[in-house]
Design a protein around this ligand. Structure first.
Ligand SMILES: [Fe+2]
Length: 254
């Protein structure tokens, strides 16, 4: 696929020109990019039926992402605002910690409008619009998960040391990005990085699955450049969210 460099450059120009409080701009996508979205999203949707948690499936029904074209951040943001009060804000590529968590505390997910190259259609080490919308965007339509995202943001903003910030980042990674929960006796994905990657969903059942314990999670390194060899599985969504909230509530001075 030859995504015109002009398309990406224009997308970056539009994202950089955005200022908080402004209406979200629309981004241009080529017909090849629309086709890539359609292909990857169709494959992911088929896998979600078997490998995603029930809350994700219910949230996906509420968001109703389009199947035939790349959605605009503006459209999904409007839907989320009406469901859970969350909004999206454009930012190109991966956003460094403080610039990611501070908006999160205010109910804003910084989201890249860029799309993965076709060579990375099964697994993209960098966030892209599939990751942002199919992964995070859908989970943010669930009120409990939306609240948890806000908690992560507020805790990171109030963290008093690098040690606590690292612990929060690791906890975010192993829950909101690559989290698993047991449902009907099997691990099911609730993390955005798994839910937005065909390769991750194919391979997580073969990963080393460890019981979800916060003290083990925050002692574990992150490598987001590969499919995850080690994952943590909570007994249920409520076990995971309760344990995360307990840690966040006690680890920072609110
Ligand atoms: Fe993410």
């Amino acid at each position: 696929m030859t995504v015109c460099l002009d398309v990406r450059a224009e997308r970056e120009r539009v994202a950089r020109a955005f200022r908080p409080g402004q209406p979200l701009p629309d981004f241009g996508y080529s017909s090849e990019e629309d086709a890539l979205w359609s292909r990857v999203f169709a494959t992911l949707r088929g896998m979600h039926e078997h490998f995603s948690c029930v809350r994700y499936q219910l949230a996906a029904q509420r968001v109703e992402l389009p199947t035939g074209r790349v959605p605009q951040l503006r459209e999904v943001s409007r839907t989320l605002r009406s469901l859970t009060g969350f909004e999206l804000a454009p930012a190109m590529g991966a956003v460094p910690g403080p610039l990611f968590y501070a908006p999160l505390a205010e109910g804003i997910l910084t989201s890249t409008p860029d799309l993965r190259p076709v060579t990375e259609q099964l697994f993209s080490p960098d966030p892209d619009v599939i990751h942002e919308l199919v992964g995070h965007g859908v989970m943010l339509a669930d009120p409990e998960f939306a609240q948890l995202y806000r908690w992560f943001g507020r805790a990171a903003v109030h963290a008093a040391s690098d040690e606590v910030r690292t612990a929060i980042s690791r906890l975010f990674w192993f829950t909101m990005e690559v989290g698993l929960v047991i449902e009907r006796g099997h691990p099911r994905a609730c993390g955005a990085a798994i839910l937005s990657s065909v390769a991750e969903m194919e391979s997580f059942v073969d990963a080393e699955l460890r019981d979800f314990r916060v003290e083990d999670v925050i002692a574990s390194d992150i490598d987001d450049s590969i499919c995850q060899p080690v994952l943590f599985v909570a007994d249920s969504v409520s076990q995971m969210t309760d344990d995360v909230k307990r840690f966040l509530a006690t680890s920072v001075d609110w």
